[in-house]
Design a protein around this ligand. Structure first.
Ligand code: CA
Ligand code: CA
Length: 199
């Protein structure tokens, strides 16, 4: 399965730095339908914005990002939401690994199984694509990078870098998802269920 993806690792660091999209906090004043600005990456920021482990709480559904069962997830296995449990007995604790190439581009890594929130293949994906777990890539070559954008509510959009930030971490349905509802990437909205709080 791992070999099924085609990797493109040739981008230079200079290219990466000059092609970053946004820093979450800076983009907070932008209208909902406007792509965030592209500030120059801050030098010397490698890894300094990492945080966790945290659970990722959804402000609309009241559930947390979860892996089925209580143990390790599987490569290409589903990522759901479930009643929050921040203990190590469940598998809802995630580490936001700051890649250090832009201010606050994160791989979101499950503490228990070490896999990252991913979507299929390597580029941008369509709205509604299901989120799964995959080996952490730690580069812009994959589509596992996210950045946080604080919204007027004080909660955060979790925006996917590979889709130019147009897609946000979402719960299937429109605020109707219960336990075990799948997570998707969906066109960012303040009226869907895209508001999250890692804590
Ligand atoms: Ca679980
Ligand atoms: Ca939704």
């Amino acid at each position: 399965m791992f070999q099924s993806k085609v990797r493109r690792l040739s981008m230079s660091l200079v290219c990466l730095v000059t092609s970053v999209f946004a820093f979450a906090g800076v983009a907070s004043a932008a209208p909902d339908d406007t792509k965030p600005a592209r500030p120059k990456a801050r030098e010397g920021s490698i890894g300094t914005l990492s945080f966790g482990p945290v659970v990722i709480w959804n402000a609309t559904t009241g559930k947390c990002v979860d892996i089925p069962g209580y143990g390790n997830g599987t490569v290409n296995g589903p990522v759901n939401q479930y009643t929050c449990d921040n203990s190590t007995a469940d598998n809802q604790r995630f580490i936001f690994d700051d890649l250090g190439i832009g201010d606050g581009f994160y791989n979101i890594r499950n503490e228990k199984d070490g896999l990252c929130l991913d979507v299929p293949n390597y580029g941008s994906v369509g709205s509604g694509t299901l989120v799964s777990e995959y080996h952490c890539d730690y580069s812009t070559a994959d589509n596992q990078l996210y950045y946080l954008e604080v919204r007027p509510s004080g909660y955060y959009w979790i925006r996917n870098v590979a889709s130019d930030g147009d897609l946000c971490l979402d719960v299937a349905g429109f605020g109707t998802g219960g336990n075990d509802a799948r997570l998707t990437l969906y066109t960012c909205s303040d009226t869907d269920d895209h508001l999250w709080l890692p804590y």
